[in-house]
Design a protein around this ligand. Structure first.
Ligand code: TXE
Length: 480
């Protein structure tokens, strides 16, 4: 049993509540540790540490901040295996995936923002004829709150923390209670890298108590949140009357639009990945696949064959493509959508069933599932399932598919497969999404703005957008 602790003021500390919640291993369904069930008193202790650290950290040189952040990145790289195994055990994802995606990306987040802060600049405006010059000071906000989800635990946790501290803020952060382990391990790395006490404080606990206390804290002036849309709306309701800065990265129901003129093999291979990577538990997964009618039957056959060849297995096995879903309750939710699909005349072409993995019979495994739907308006095509379930249906014209693609409440990302340049431009302009990938999926350049429209969120993370979010612009006008 592993008992984890909060990381406050550079020290690991038991929660003031002295209360704990169990932590499950999704690959076998067993409890393997427990985590602090922190409340507002723990959040207050974290806030105090952050407040105390702020004057010094916010006036430290960019070189000092950058050096520490690059060291954190290096230490994450050096501890790749340990972190990847911890992530896999907590989340159910294949260790092989955590080793090439989650942990390297967490290191990149620190490396990227450690460098970006040295290049961050602000505008100046000479007011000619008025003998005045205006410039913008970009000052850190103070103490900020970062709340992250369970699907890409350390990856998304550090995607918020790194720009926040690079910009000179001090942080009270909460990882998901479902996947707290790598955030816990990060504390030790930060201490080793020389991050001053109190700059980053990590409080573990449930959303409704710990997360709520961060959101409600009157002196935590900004909240960066990634998670479900309903939770995002709840946080927005609390934060709005307190005039907090808010960055919300929420759910998605992303279209994957395939035209007959695409590079077929590349499309097919990438579509398997964009459908089922991380057990389909990525907000960017292309869960609605629209295929041009002329290649629909061929695609259907080839896709189903490839999906059936994916190996569902224990996350520690090298040949596992699909690991376990994150929790029992999430597995039940995803399965319920398969039943909904059937009741709406959806045809299950692949998967649709739980999988029993030998020796791990209580794990949360589900076969990658492909559902052919007859209408884009059915629930499985409209609601976020967030698991290894995709729908497919044909389309006949660009206008038709554009309408269907946009006819959901979400607008995070869209993928387009075509070699027609004019169509690429037309569609990119008209798709209601924060990110459009053309002939690729989830190719990330950390300088680009990242986020969604409609109910997929508010604000953008990434690059200078994140540094802008975590700073307050102040106009200084000097008359000379
Ligand atoms: O997320 P929650 P859940 C979607 C996906 C999933 C659904 C619900 O559809 O099925 O959301 O997942 C914290 N105040 N995504 O329930 O609850 C919580 O502790 C403050 C999309 O796991 O939104 C955790 O740290 N914080 C998504 C974080 O919010 C609160 C990734 C996210 O949890 C809180 C994950 C509160 N009142 C799920 N309640 C994406 N966009 O990538 C909860 N939290």
């Amino acid at each position: 049993m592993i008992r984890i602790a909060n990381y406050i003021n550079g020290q690991y500390q038991a929660p003031l509540t002295n209360s704990y919640i169990p932590n499950y291993n999704p690959s076998d369904g067993a409890i393997y540790g427990d985590i602090p069930d922190s409340d507002a008193s723990d959040v207050q202790a974290a806030y105090k540490a952050a407040e105390t650290a702020f004057p010094e950290w916010s006036t430290s040189t960019l070189e000092e901040r950058s050096k520490i952040m690059l060291r954190i990145a290096e230490l994450l790289d050096e501890n790749l295996q340990k972190f990847a195994e911890a992530e896999s055990k907590d989340n159910g994802k294949p260790v092989s995936l955590a080793k090439v995606v989650d942990i390297p990306r967490a290191a990149s987040n620190f490396r990227f923002f450690g460098n970006a802060i040295t290049q961050f600049s602000s505008e100046s405006h000479e007011s000619t004829g008025l003998n005045a010059v205006n410039f913008t000071l970009r000052q850190p906000i103070g103490v900020v709150g970062c709340i992250s989800p369970w699907n890409l635990p350390l990856y998304l946790f550090t995607w918020k923390i790194a720009p926040a501290i690079a910009a000179g803020n001090c942080v009270v952060a909460k990882p998901s209670e479902v996947t707290p382990m790598t955030a816990y391990l990060l504390g030790e790395i930060c201490t080793q890298a020389g991050l001053p006490e109190g700059v980053l404080n990590i409080v573990h606990g449930l959303g409704g108590s710990t997360g709520q206390a961060i959101t409600e804290h009157p002196k935590i002036k900004a909240i960066s949140f990634t998670g479900g849309t309903a939770t995002g709306a709840h946080i927005a309701r609390i934060a709005a009357p307190m005039f907090k800065k808010l960055s919300l990265e929420l759910g998605g129901k992303n279209p994957n639009i395939i035209f007959a003129d695409c590079d077929y093999d590349d499309m097919l291979q990438t579509t398997v990945r964009s459908s089922f990577a991380n057990q389909g538990q990525i907000c960017l997964c292309g869960s609605r696949i629209f295929v041009e009618a002329s290649i629909y039957e061929k695609f259907k056959t080839d896709f189903v064959e490839k999906v059936n060849a994916l190996k569902v297995g224990h996350p520690s096995k090298e040949d596992t493509n699909i690991g376990a879903l994150v929790s029992k309750s999430h597995l039940e939710k995803v399965k319920s959508y398969i039943d909904i699909a059937k009741s709406e005349n959806g045809k299950v072409l692949a998967g649709g069933e739980e999988v029993t993995v030998d020796g791990f019979e209580n794990g949360y495994y589900l076969a990658p599932t492909v559902i052919e739907v007859s209408s884009d308006e059915c629930r499985v095509n409209q609601e976020e399932i967030f698991g290894p379930v995709v729908t497919i249906m044909p389309f006949t014209s660009e206008d038709e598919v554009l309408q269907m693609a946009n006819k959901v409440k979400y607008g995070l990302s869209a993928t387009l497969w075509t070699n027609n340049l004019k169509r690429t431009m037309r569609m990119s302009q008209s798709l209601q999404a924060g990110i459009v990938w053309v002939n690729t999926w989830m190719m990330r350049d950390l300088r680009t703005p990242f986020g969604g429209v409609k109910e997929s969120g508010v604000g953008r993370e990434g690059g200078f957008e994140a540094l802008r979010f975590f700073t307050e612009p102040k106009n200084v006008c000097i008359k000379y």
